[in-house]
Design a protein around this ligand. Structure first.
Ligand code: NAD
Length: 361
């Protein structure tokens, strides 16, 4: 740290992380540590096989498999899962999967207060945050509650080898978005800045390697480290414009989560860049840039190099839907280094819809 340090309060939630190839075998150590005897495994229908594998591994400690997690945690799914959890006599949850599985486990914990062990299989970073989200009637509500923060997180890179290259890339961008917004959050701290830089640097190195060889466990391990760093940043700071744009798009139009983050991030960052020179310096370093170009431009290029969609229209959004998203984003106040009115939100969304090179306007 060479520049001035602004006053700060650093309030980090507890983190227990078990990491390494083969660490899936340590799940029962973690359930025993928490003295759990009836653990319900939560996963998506697509990852039912993993859910069943974990239930078999838990043996007599298994309380069943709930394979109904869905993107954006719909309220009716949550209601059904709460009922099931009570009927099955759960005393804890093992969330095996990405942000959707962890999101449903969090919605359950919010209601029941039971502990979560997370076994992440994407890079979204939800496992490191006390942030929950539930979507009801097209509106994604989010909140923070220490109850939903997983008590233990097991990062086994072997579980991510099956994650397709395309989803690995967009999931990595989703994680980097947490780090980017943490750097300019009103409650950022020097330690958050270090973790954000480490997280972005990890993904800048790991994502090209993972794309070249999805079975590269060493690169997968670096990406999971990035996920830990970036997720923890989100857990410690307030979200800004980028996350609000993505929540509006996800809640209103059910757009795919990580793909939407990948498209929006360069544009949201470009809008803020002139207001946050220190963030630009840190990101330029993390992305290995020589300082001439803007990090927003480099992220946009990287997404293109790694084959990700760079426009909202490619994700199926109609141009006429942009107004509703802009309206939703400006309806509620939130922290952002540069003020955002409806015209500004619409301009950002329109550039993201076209997928053009990001600009500060
Ligand atoms: P996801 O969990 O929805 O997974 C996407 C798809 O990939 C699913 O079909 C899933 O079954 C499959 N998948 C996951 N891991 C796989 C693997 N290793 N191999 C093969 N297939 C795999 O996607 P996501 O992007 O991780 O999560 C998105 C959700 O997480 C959103 O609802 C978002 O709001 C939430 N989220 C929450 C936070 C938070 O802090 N609360 C942070 C980030 C994301």
């Amino acid at each position: 740290m060479t520049g001035a340090i602004a006053p700060f309060v650093h309030d980090a939630p507890a983190m227990r992380v078990v990491s390494g190839s083969g660490s899936i075998q340590r799940v029962t150590d973690e359930t025993d540590r928490l003295e759990l005897g009836r653990v319900v495994v939560v996963c998506t229908p697509e990852q039912d096989a993993l859910g069943q594998q974990m239930a078999a591994h838990l043996g007599s400690r298994s309380g069943g498999v709930m394979a109904q997690a869905r993107m954006h945690v719909p309220a009716d799914t949550v209601a059904g899962a709460i009922d099931q959890s009570e009927r099955w006599g759960a005393d804890g949850y093992l969330a095996a999967g990405g942000g959707s599985a962890i999101g449903l486990a969090k919605a359950l914990a919010l209601h029941t207060g039971l502990p979560i062990i997370a076994l992440p299989t994407t890079y979204a970073g939800s496992e490191m945050t006390p942030v929950w989200g539930i979507t009801d009637a097209g509106v994604k509500k989010t909140g923070r509650d220490p109850k939903v923060l997983p008590r233990s997180v097991i990062y086994d890179p072997d579980l991510t080898v099956s994650l397709p290259a395309s989803l690995s890339v967009t999931s990595g961008f989703n994680a980097m978005a947490h780090a980017v917004e943490a750097l300019y959050a009103p409650d950022t701290t020097p330690l958050v800045a270090l973790m954000a830089e480490a997280g972005v640097r990890a993904f800048a190195h790991a994502l090209p390697a993972v794309t070249a060889d999805t079975a590269d466990v060493a690169a997968r391990t670096v990406a999971q480290y990035g996920s830990w760093m970036c997720g923890a940043c989100l857990g410690m700071t307030t979200m800004s414009l980028h996350h609000k744009l993505c929540h509006a798009l996800g809640g209103l139009f059910d757009l795919p989560h990580s793909e939407t983050h990948t498209v929006v991030l360069p544009h949201a960052l470009a809008y803020n860049e002139a207001s946050v020179p220190e963030t630009v310096t840190v990101l330029s370093r993390a992305l290995g840039m020589d300082g001439a170009a803007a990090p927003s431009r480099r992220l946009w290029e990287l997404a293109g190099e790694l084959g990700a969609a760079r426009s909202l229209r490619e994700l199926g959004l109609a141009e006429t839907d942009l107004h509703a998203a802009a309206q939703m984003v400006t309806r509620l106040p939130y922290a952002n280094p540069r003020p955002v009115d409806q015209d500004a939100a619409l301009t950002i969304l329109h550039a993201a819809w076209l997928g053009e090179s990001p600009s500060a306007s």
